[in-house]
Design a protein around this ligand. Structure first.
Ligand code: BES
Ligand code: MN
Ligand code: ZN
Length: 501
């Protein structure tokens, strides 16, 4: 799909379809009004007959003659103007795009970007437009090549500027959007791969492949003997149960001043989680190939950073291992020593994410980070708490929380904070080590974060539990999402351009 920004009047520009919006109660957007007068009240009539609705996500196609400048007009409901968020915008646009696919449209004029979104400028709206349109045509093909046969006609999305001064804004939004979409697609591809292909070594190779694509990236891969030397007893205790060796991969992108402290992203990269000796039940265990989704988002976000040449220093670290119940696997009750020197009693080998992350979080101290965000499919409890809507956010820094909330609002890729109060810490008490790796039945998402918090005291840190948002579990939709790549990239943009773009 190509994205085109140009200065042109809607009534002069040809396209297979135009997507326009309605706010409640059936209020026509400026472009909708223009088309309405061009086509003798077609939209007003559709509203009066109740065919066109303004409820959020309702879309209808009005067909013109094929010889018309605009063969189809897609009218999309945008709900209440005062509640029109970036998230609502993407929902509305997705509905419009699926109508455009039904019409076999090749070229689409996206006039929805004129709809005012709370807090979002035009550039952000254009940026946000790229994501649903790319998502609508994404296909996983690595182990199912036939799925790649073109199943849609969409070729071009046009954004029209009314004055030439707007053009630069449209172009910038388009560029950022395409960079984020490219990052999301990489993330999805890696996540969707099965565990027999996507091993820790495979993820390390993909990081090196990214470096080939973007030579400004520096990639280093730590092997198990080096981890041993560094004292990463927790990380290694996870990979020992598997024949696949662990890999700790660092990707350094230096787009900012050489002395500027980097934003560091740390991803959980369990390429398959059987639970280890504390074996998981069989149903839906295949979904534990998605336990590397945190690592996948770090790779995707770094790709987005490279593609948009963000003027910021960003370091991505992925802790990759496979959690298997082999002969060298940890037993419940085993005690390991982490790189930080603290000891951990492994009461449940299925709480392995925090074990690989804690050593990675100590390792990255060497980058003197400005901020650290870890991303992990850490707890099933997060799905119980928040469902599949926001990712769980826990942090030791108020400003970082604010910045992440704002990035979520701008992209529709939202988070919600859970408390990290000291009251929960005692759930990790152990008689045999500095802490246990599980905190009992209650508040499992928070006690997992409490565990991590003991390794992140030296810097500003946020933890994103993406267990509920990283993939869809069922039906035709089953497969990876690209979340939270938009959230992370937008956060980094906010650091690179502190006062807007
Ligand atoms: N990868 C899982 C968490 C998970 C489970 C994410 C299902 C998404 C869907 C993690 O390693 C895990 O097994 N966590 C345990 C922790 C428990 C043993 C304290 C869990 O959530 O049950
Ligand atoms: Mn587990
Ligand atoms: Zn896991």
């Amino acid at each position: 799909m190509d994205y085109i920004a140009k200065t042109a009047a809607l009534n002069k520009e040809t396209a297979d379809c135009v997507i326009v919006g309605l706010f409640n109660p059936r209020k026509l957007s400026p472009s909708a009004r223009k088309l309405d007068s061009l086509y003798r009240g077609a939209i007003t009539q559709a509203c009066q007959r109740g065919i066109a609705k303004s409820a959020l996500g309702q879309a209808v196609t009005l067909h013109n003659s094929n010889r018309s400048k605009h063969a189809h007009i897609i009218v999309v409901g945008c709900g209440d103007k005062e509640h029109f968020s970036a998230h609502a915008f993407q929902k509305a646009l997705s509905a419009g795009i699926s109508e455009a696919k039904k019409c076999n449209a090749g070229t689409v004029i996206n006039s929805l970007v004129e709809m005012p979104i709370m807090q979002c400028d035009l550039q952000t709206r254009v940026q946000a437009s790229v994501l649903p349109s790319k998502a609508a045509i994404y296909r996983y093909t690595h182990t199912k090549p036939k799925a790649g046969k073109a199943c849609h006609s969409l070729k071009k999305m046009k954004f029209l500027a009314s004055q030439s001064s707007e053009l630069a804004i449209l172009r910038q939004g388009k560029k950022f959007g395409q960079a984020i979409a490219a990052g999301m697609n990489l993330t999805k591809d890696l996540r969707n791969l099965p565990g027999n292909i996507c091993t820790p070594a495979y993820l390390a190779e993909q990081a090196l492949a990214l470096k080939d694509e973007y030579p400004q990236l520096r990639v280093t891969v730590l092997e198990e003997p080096q981890m041993e030397k560094l004292g990463m007893g927790a990380l290694l205790s996870v990979s020992h149960g598997s024949v696949q060796p662990a890999k700790l991969v660092t990707m350094e992108y230096r787009g900012g001043p050489s002395d500027a402290r980097p934003a560091v992203l740390v991803g959980k990269g369990i390429t398959f989680d059987t639970g280890g000796i504390s074996l998981k039940p069989g149903s839906a265990m295949d979904e534990m190939k998605f336990d590397m989704c945190g690592a996948g988002s770090v790779l995707g976000t770094l790709k987005a950073c490279c593609a948009m040449n963000i003027p910021l220093n960003v370091v991505g670290v992925i802790a990759c291992a496979e959690n298997m119940p082999g002969g060298k696997a940890s037993r419940p009750g085993d005690v390991v020593t982490t790189m930080s020197g603290q000891t951990v009693e492994i009461l449940n080998t299925d709480a392995e994410g925090r074990l690989v992350l804690c050593d990675a979080l100590t390792y990255i101290e060497k980058f003197d980070p400005e901020t650290v965000i870890d991303i992990a499919t850490l707890t099933g409890a997060c799905i119980v708490a928040l469902g599949h809507v926001p990712c769980g956010l826990m942090s030791n820094d108020e400003l970082l929380v604010e910045d992440l909330y704002r990035a979520g609002d701008l992209t529709g890729d939202r988070t919600w904070r859970l408390p990290l109060w000291d009251d929960y810490q005692s759930q990790l008490d152990s008689n045999f080590a500095d802490m246990a790796n599980i905190g009992g039945r209650w508040a499992g998402t928070i006690t997992a974060a409490c565990f991590l918090s003991r390794f992140t005291e030296k810097y500003r840190w946020a933890h994103l539990d993406i267990a509920g948002v990283a993939w869809h579990s069922q039906g035709k939709q089953k497969g990876a999402t690209g979340r939270p790549v938009p959230l992370l990239t937008q956060y980094l943009l906010s650091q690179a351009y502190p006062s807007g773009h």
